[in-house]
Write a protein that binds this ligand. Sequence first.
Ligand code: 26W
Length: 822
Amino acid sequence: ENTPPLAVPEHSVESFTRAFLRELNYGRGVDLDRASANDKYYALSRAVRHYLTTRWLETLRNQYRDQAKTVAYLSAEFLLGPQLENALLAADLEDIARESLANLGLDIDELQAVEEEPGLGNGGLGRLAACFIDSLATMNVPTVGYGIRYEYGIFKQTFVDGKQVEKPDHWLHLGSPWELPHPEYSVDVHFGGHTEDKPDGSDGARTWIPSWRVTAKPYNYMVPGYRNGRVNTLRLWSARARHDFDLREFNAGEYTEAVRARTFAENISKVLYPEDSTPQGKELRLQQQYFFVAASLHDFIEHVLPRDYDLKNLPDRIIWQLNDTHPVIAVPELMRILVDDKGWDWADAWAVTQKSFAYTCHTLLPEALEVWPVDLMGKLLPRHLEIIYRINEEFLEEVRAAFPGDELRVRRMSIIAEQPGRAVRMAHLATVAGFKVNGVAELHSELLKDKVLNDFAQMWPEKFTNVTNGVTPRRFIRLANPALSELITAAIGDGWITDLEQLRGLEPLADDAEFRHAFREVKGANKRRLAKVLMDRDGIELAGDGMVDAMVKRLHEYKRQSLKLLHIVSLYEGIKSGRIPLESVTPRTFVFGAKAAPGYVRAKETIELINAVGRTINADASLKGRLKVAFPPNYNVTLAEVLIPAADLSEQISLAGKEASGTGNMKFALNGALTIGTDDGANVEIRKLVGDENFFLFGMTEPEASSLESRGYDPGEYYESDPELKAALNLIASGHFTDGERGGAVASIFASLTERDRFMALADFRSYMDTQKKVEAAYLDHESWSRSAILNVARSGYFSSDRSIQDYLDRIWGAKPIDQNA
Ligand code: 26W
């Protein structure tokens, strides 16, 4: 047997101080007097890591001993957010560390501010993956997360003259105390070349002769459960040139060629693609996908499973969860391993493969569904393309058998698209191979079955299921909102942190005037905290003690930031033209946070326009500070944790049927903001739970929207028939906000809203404005607003990612929690 791991260090200020100083002296080679802020941050993080490492080793030992069914969460993105605060919380060291550092004359908050968050994701999908691994660890589920260690995460957004300018996010420039490289578990990943017959092979087997390869080097990250003794692993792969690669070139005397080749290989994990929802079909992206998936499959099969493991039993040991289509190339890769490398017959391999994968779809937009041109795939992964062709052939035979004579259906369902060029439809491959397919909110899962994947749902109705998204209450309540957490815990105890339905216990307190008062104090304190952060960070001022109205999410036309902008402009226009008396306007700050994909011109123009309107309004003294627009650049997890707890109103205004779920909507409700929203994504479920009287619903329903779309949406009708709308649009078009400039972003956004708008913003304008008036009136009644806000908190426990994970366990994975301490 192995030697038992070291005991967990004692939970005391003295022990912690020793660990900290040891790390500073021996880990960083400096003493306290000379230590830089980064040295101290590093030593602090390493000291905290000490306390979790023993648990980590135990978890790994038990995992190996028990051979329990494991969830492998395959995701191209993990938007983790700051690590130190979460580790302190999980290890129950917040108070000890604070006191220990204070004794040394150090401020723990200052050191935490040194951390650069790992922004290894774009938005909702990447953040969901991070919430899920947190819940899996807290719920004691054996899990390994697999992904990519991007050297550059999501770009840093800056504004220059109100326009978005991207800066590289070199988050590792000072190193990261949270990762542990394991070069000995490196895996070679192959690309290119051609395939050959394998005369002595099994049915379906061929030989792949690749033409180049890179090394995938793993870095392990701890994923601690909340004070439960489990620490799971997140394994992120980094691309390295093989060390003999350059040697060979050196021997040929090709120095520059060798260095170039090295750069080429290491480009694979260099940068996160900042495209959200619009895949660009770039070769490097397919390289990234295959790179991390091939390394992960190999890692599990060769390093995690025992040497003599019978792969026939694989589906009892692992479930590969595919986070969107990005890792779907894992399907042909497993087939290749089993058929070509292990010598299985095709049918046996397919039987095991079909039981090993499940697929989560995160979108409804057709343009977000990944397709890979067969030429590109054939060049990069020739063997995988052959395997996909055979999977498709056999699948289409099944379709023909089930629907004889329906060749149109066969063409619609084929994994290979013929138009505009031949291409592999990754969502179809995932649906064919996966034993389950899930959407991420009730409405989304229904629309998947009825629309996007309707043919597949007709063929395999039992394959389709729903798992509504969730968010981790550890990060998004306990860490982000300590004041609310204390209030809740004082009222109902602290069980809610791992059992969020307990928030129901707050319901009666909505009618308790004293509790409502305390709740408002918390909100007020959170607003002051936000005001300070925005002032320090960007010099932005908030509107007195007015309402904080927040719209934070990626910039996309379907999310309709432009509709929010029309509301603001219309209010402003009303005040300036005398239609709306200034004193009648509720003071409010409109807060935006949004990154635009660097190539998404219209999204960038929208940012420019929001900033132009903001600049005008903020500078207009006649408004007496009643309206403010705050658009802090570079919205990220760190900022979300300050912003969300301060919000009164949550803007969830996508065109119905377009937002798969949304998860920001859940974070706001759980932090006591009321939602103004369309009947879309998880808004539907939020409204059902919190009650109509505590939710501001507006706009078309999904059936109404799609019927309008098919009848033909004419924005001109709305423009001409609604004088307020017309006035707002005309004010923008006049150049009022842009120093008289009427071209550029102004003309472009005006045209996009009034000529052809797939997302029909003007059709929902009237309903949105009327509902905003109701919001204003409701906000004036502090007591009833607080009551609604408290009920939002009390009734949103369903949106814990712990509940999502329980649903995955019950409906998809069939894996069981393992009690570490049993
Ligand atoms: C570039 C290719 C690409 C395509 C799609 C990159 C990223 C995507 C994702 C599907 C975008 C995304 O993050 N989707 C969001 O997923 C969240 C978690 O399920 C949902 O809450 C959001 O509604 C959905 O937009």
